[in-house]
Each structure stands twice: as C-alpha cells, then as structure tokens.
Design a binder for this molecule. Sequence first.
Ligand code: AMP
Ligand code: GLY
Length: 431
Amino acid sequence: MKVLVIGGGGREHALAWRVSQSPRVSRVFVAPGNAGTAEDAENVEILSSDFAGLIQFARQNNVGLTVVGPEAPLATGLVDAFQREGLRVFGPNKAAAQLEASKVFCRDLLRNADVPGADYRTFRNADDAIRYLNEREDSPIVVKADGLAAGKGVVVCTNRQDALDAVNQIARQKVFGPAGDRLLIEERLGGEEASVLAITDGRTIVTLQPAQDHKPAYDGDTGPNTGGMGAYCPTPLIDDERLHWIEEHVLVPTVHAMKRAGRPFYGVLYAGMMITNQGPRVLEFNVRFGDPECQPLLMRLKTDLVDLLEAAVDQRLDEIESLVWDTRPAVCVVMASKGYPGAYETGFPIRGLEEAAKIPGVKVFHAGTALKDGKVISAGGRVLNVTALGDSIPKAKLQAYTAVKAIRWDGAWCRKDISDKAIRHASRAGM
Ligand code: AMP
Ligand code: GLY
C-alpha cells in the first residue's frame, strides 16, 4: 500500500518514518515534507491547503491511506474533501475538528458533558469582556482567542491590566484576525501539564502513553510560549490509575458528547491536561498528534502504526490488540533558530547530522529544514527534533543531548532541561 502524509514538520517526519517501517507499505509520500522526510520517504511539492492538488495526487498514485498531520487542513475540511472522493483518510472532518478550531465550542461541549475543565465566560465583543474584567476581583486569569492562532492565541495573565491588554489585542486590534471574533476568559489553573493522546474511531478509544511537552521557550519554563521546545514519554506525572481516571472522566465522555452533537470524532483526540491539586482538568483539546509529543511517542510505539490508523479509519479499533511499547523512555529536544519564537533567519547549512545519527538510540527528526544544492539548511523556527531512547529518562536525556552537541549551524540553540521535570517528579515519588 502507498501512504501519503500531509504536513512538513517534525511530527510528519516521525509519522512518515514509522509508517515506512510497516511491512505492508511500499511507498510513503510526504506533502510538502522537509529535508528529513526526503530521506525516509518521498516528498511531493503540494501544500496542505491545495486540496484539489492533493486529491489528484492521491488518485493518480493509487494512495491507499492519507494521514493528516497539522490542524489547519483538518479545520478547513481536507478530510471531508477526501471522503467525498472515496479516498481513505485518517483524521477528523471539519465539523469534528471544531473541538480544536473553536475554544468556545470545546468549553461548551465539555461543560455539557461534565468533563472537568476551567470556569470560563465567553464574549462576542471587547466592551463586554472589559466590563466583566473591571467588575470581577483582580485575580489570575487566562484570555483566549476562540479560533486557531498557531498556538499563540492564549494569554496567561497575572493581573487585570494584563488581561485588559490581551482583550484589546485579540478583540480590538485583531492581532490573530477573525480567530479573535469571540473571546474566552478563564480561571487560571495551577499545576503541571501533561498531554494524553488517544486514537478513536468514534466508538473505541485506544489511549497512548502519556507525554509531557515543554512550551515556554527557556530553561525552567520561563520566556514566551512556543509550539513546544521538547517532550518526553512516558511521564511519571500520570500513572496508570490517573490515566484510567482521565479515560473515564475525559476521553469517553468527550467522544460520546461529540457523537450526541452530531459530530462523531475519528482520529487523534489529544487532551491537554493540567494536573491541579483538585485533580486533572482539561486545558484544551487538539484533534491531531502533538508536535513534538508525537516524536517520542512514535519512537516507543512498536505496534504497526499503519494497522492502528487503518483500524481507526475502518471503524474496527475494537479488533486491535493492546498496543506494544518499547519499555525504554524517549526524550526529544527541539533545536531552534536564533530568535525563535520571535523573528529568525533561515538558510544556514546544518552540519553534524551523520555524526548525530550514529549515536545509539538516536533519531534526528527534521522540522524546519530544506535541501539546497544537496545540503541540509535551516528553513524554520523549530529546525530539528533530536529524539533518543534510553534505559531511563536521564539516560535518554544524555543520549539526546550528546546528539545535539554533534549538530551545528549559525545561531542553533535549545533548552538544556528537557525531561528534568520527570526526574524531579520521580525523585519526589521515591521512584
Ligand atoms: P494551547 O496552546 O492553546 O494549548 O495553550 C497554551 C498554554 O496556555 C497551555 O499549554 C497552558 O500552559 C496555558 N493555559 C491555557 N489555559 C489555561 C488555564 N485555564 N489555566 C492556566 N494555563 C492555561
Ligand atoms: N505540542 C503542543 C501541540 O502540538 O499543540
């Protein structure tokens, strides 16, 4: 079978790499891909917004399964377009992708389904939101644009003035465009975050092992929010008992509520959780694999990924046996361009990739890279996702950072503390 992966980041490199290892797969295409996917699969120069081009390619090349990586094409109906053509595709349709594409839709659904979240209010204009902020007590709060804003539409505020500024930017200046047509103001939850991902066909839910992302740019969780500077899996923050609790109180009621809302959900259901003193609470849902969480997850997944994704597409996930995981944990360190998550330059030649690849247990997934005259150059903010397996989290971390040291380009940097939260947590728990 031929498989098409849509997207061009580290998540899509990991998906293409894992899919290509399936004995049932003859060719893997990635549209548009990057320098790394060009090595492990075949790149196709079609953007994920060009639905007609992608459909034509899938037809002409007899693609048996298409896997959609990023949220934007899901939210704009790529899956609907493929299904109308009778093409097999993994991911939620446009109506179901609202779970990520509208934070108001998500919060209302969770409230109706009694899923633990945060107290919130929604607003259609800046004046009402400002009046509300001025009337309530001055306590920590989170202001969110309703729509997709590349992970930047969430402002965590410590006081009223920060919140007023955020409302002004989102709803008056429209810095995120129409994503700011509606606003959410939420109670600010405290605790540690974890990502719980599951694959569902709308009836059966197969939960993956829990992972933890590192969203702030700098060490010690300081600095501006990013798409994620590193991840590891599994996380000791979520033991089996807590994972079952999240399945029962979060994943199952959400899948049921989506069905009741006439938007049956198929694909990856990704619950961004805050583990508070009162228990786990949903921060939000995503409708696709997390990036970078996907990279350590797929390093560890031994079950044939194609079998799993196909079972979800064909609505027979109940037939899939328990997933098999490498018992070793995996740690993924994101190497970024100087200036990211602000403005950055690209086009720098990257050296040391072959040397890094020789380090045992290491796989370097490419995120923002391109090929120029046969050489790999930087082409984005998050450039490489250096991922390693190890017998313990500290050992996986050491392998990943040993590989990071072998790689060089002008302005390359990374966080130095990826996975330290796990190590701290494990030592507190006496593990
Ligand atoms: P998102 O990119 O939409 O997943 O959200 C970005 C980040 O904002 C989350 O990972 C949290 O760190 C933070 N966040 C979102 N909602 C809340 C909340 N209610 N309380 C505290 N932090 C939040
Ligand atoms: N790593 C966070 C996300 O994929 O949204």
